[in-house]
Structures are given as structure tokens and as C-alpha cells.
Design a protein around this ligand. Structure first.
Ligand code: 13P
Length: 292
């Protein structure tokens, strides 16, 4: 029950109008905190690694620790490779045991994006129950050192979304709708809810077929988050917020205990801070109690 692919988990979320938190990690303390918080909240959850931390930690190590943690709990948990632009690395992570793979071809032209995403989809579907996420349009901001300026970002064309999904063979779809990775430069970012709603209608009416992913989850107000879920967002990505919690809580601990030199105590403090924040997100996304 514990380790699943995201598709099924997100079908239920799409139908019942809540979102599953997809949390990016850069350290294993964060992975433990997320799983513990999800168990306490009895929620499904997705752990994500972008390419740089996956390579730094080593994909084999991430998968081994993920399996050890996830197999011992009774909630559905996924391991997702986030924003990978390299087809071969996608395949490698699928081989090693990631349950979801995102091929990010949003920087490519439409045909090339379809072609490379299709290669990843076919590979993942052939080797097992592995979901594939694709993106159309570009999300601005910085994710994993990849910077997309606001003027370069283009929103996803709803009329193209169905063609993209059908031809690329993906299971989950991340349309660009005005959200951005990193910290928003303005207090009221312009989010195109109507566009998200239209894409949801095209892909998921009358039957849920391709759950939608919201990228750029940090820094949006609670009403905005609820509206994104109402319009069809079923996987909600949070990265930057967790990086801030990790670094701020580390700094806080060291500043308060400058002479202690006991990293275990510092890890415990960071884990608690991360866990509290994950619990906040789980409640906001409405997935509390939805594990079964
Ligand atoms: P944030 O950096 O806004 O949290 O976005 C995360 C994300 O979308 C990862 O794919």
C-alpha cells in the first residue's frame, strides 16, 4: 500500500477536490519530516527531488532511503523526479525505483516537447507502474538553477493541452498558468484561474483522465491556493518554502547554541520545523485524512 505511483492517488484528489502536497527535498532530514507529518495527518504525499540534489545525494541513495521509510508506513507515498530535461536521466531514475518522472520539455518547441516526453512515457510505462508528468508553456522563476524570466514564460494554450497530453502519453499535466518558482516579486501575482479551469474541462470532463499539477506553490495566499484546487489542481508543488525553513531553522539553532557542536540536536530542530510546515500545507491543501 505504501509505495504507489501518483496517477491513482491524484485521480481521487481530482474527483474530491483536494490536492496532494508534492514537496521538494534537498536533504534526508526533510524526507523523514515529510513522511512523519503525512503519517500523523493520514494523508497521501509525494516526495520530489530535482536533478541537482538527485545527483548530489545519488539517485540510488535517495531511492534506498525512500523505500526504507515508505515501506514501514501505511499511507500512499510517491517518489518523483522533478523538472528533468534529460531523457536518459529520466530513464535511469525510473530504472532505480522512482515512481513518477517529470520530463520538462517546456523550453523546447511543441513537436520536440511531444517527441521527447513520449520517449520518457513509453519507457516508464513499459517498465512498470510509473507515472509521467509533462509541462506545456513555461513557468517563470528559478527551479534547480534553471532560470526562466517572466517575459520568456508563456502560458499554456488550453487548445493545445489535449493534443499534447494525447500525443505525449503523459499521466499528469503541469500547465503554465502564471504561477512562478521561487519568491514572487509582487504581492499579487496574476494567476490565470480561468485558463486552469478550461484545461481541466478539456482533459478531465466527463471523466478524470489526466490530473493537473500546480507548479510554483510557495508564496501564494491561502485563498489563491484554494481557488487553484477548486479549478482542478490536484498535485501542488512546494520547494522554495522548504528551502527557507531548512536554512532558517539551521541558522536559528546555531545562533542560539553557538558552542554546542551536536549536529543531532540541530537536525532534530530542523526536522521539527519542517514537519510543522508540512502539516500546515497538508491542512491547507485539504488532504488531511485522505490516505485511504
Ligand atoms: P516553489 O519554488 O514556488 O515552491 O515551486 C516548486 C515547484 O513548482 C517545483 O516543481
Amino acid at each position: 500500500m505504501a509505495i504507489v505511483s501518483a496517477k491513482e492517488m491524484l485521480f481521487k484528489a481530482s474527483k474530491q477536490k483536494y490536492a496532494v502536497g508534492a514537496f521538494n527535498i534537498t536533504s534526508l532530514v526533510q524526507m523523514e519530516a515529510i513522511i512523519e507529518a503525512a503519517v500523523e495527518k493520514n494523508t497521501p504525499v509525494i516526495i520530489q527531488t530535482s536533478v541537482t540534489p538527485t545527483k548530489f545525494l545519488k539517485a540510488e541513495v535517495v531511492v534506498a532511503i525512500f523505500k526504507a521509510l515508505a515501506q514501514s508506513v501505511n499511507i500512499p507515498v510517491c517518489l518523483h523526479l522533478d523538472h528533468c530535461t534529460d531523457v536518459e536521466f529520466c530513464k535511469k531514475c525510473a530504472d532505480l525505483g522512482y515512481t513518477n518522472i517529470m520530463f520538462d520539455g517546456s523550453h523546447l518547441n511543441f513537436e520536440e516537447n511531444v517527441k521527447r516526453t513520449r520517449e520518457v512515457s513509453d519507457y516508464c510505462h513499459q517498465i512498470g507502474d510509473i507515472s509521467v508528468e509533462g509541462e506545456l508553456g513555461t513557468v517563470s522563476g528559478v527551479e534547480d538553477q534553471i532560470k526562466v524570466a517572466e517575459d520568456d514564460a508563456q502560458l499554456c494554450d488550453p487548445d493545445k493541452s489535449l493534443e499534447f497530453v494525447e500525443r505525449s502519453g503523459i499521466d499528469l499535466f503541469g500547465p503554465a498558468i502564471g504561477t512562478a518558482h521561487g519568491i514572487y516579486q509582487t504581492e499579487n501575482p496574476v494567476i490565470d484561474f480561468e485558463r486552469l479551469g478550461k484545461i481541466f474541462q478539456k482533459l478531465n470532463q466527463p471523466l478524470i483522465q489526466t490530473p493537473l499539477v500546480v507548479h510554483g506553490g510557495t508564496g501564494l495566499s491561502e485563498p489563491v491556493v484554494r481557488n487553484l484546487i477548486e479549478k482542478g489542481g490536484a498535485k501542488y508543488n512546494v520547494s522554495t518554502n522548504l528551502k527557507y525553513i531548512l536554512m532558517d531553522s539551521t541558522f536559528e539553532y546555531i545562533s542560539a547554541h553557538p558552542k554546542e557542536y551536536d549536529p543531532g540536536k540541530m537536525d532534530k530542530h530542523v526536522k521539527m520545523a519542517t514537519k510543522q510546515r508540512i502539516e500546515y500545507w497538508i491542512d491547507l491543501l485539504g488532504s488531511t485524512g485522505m490516505a485511504m
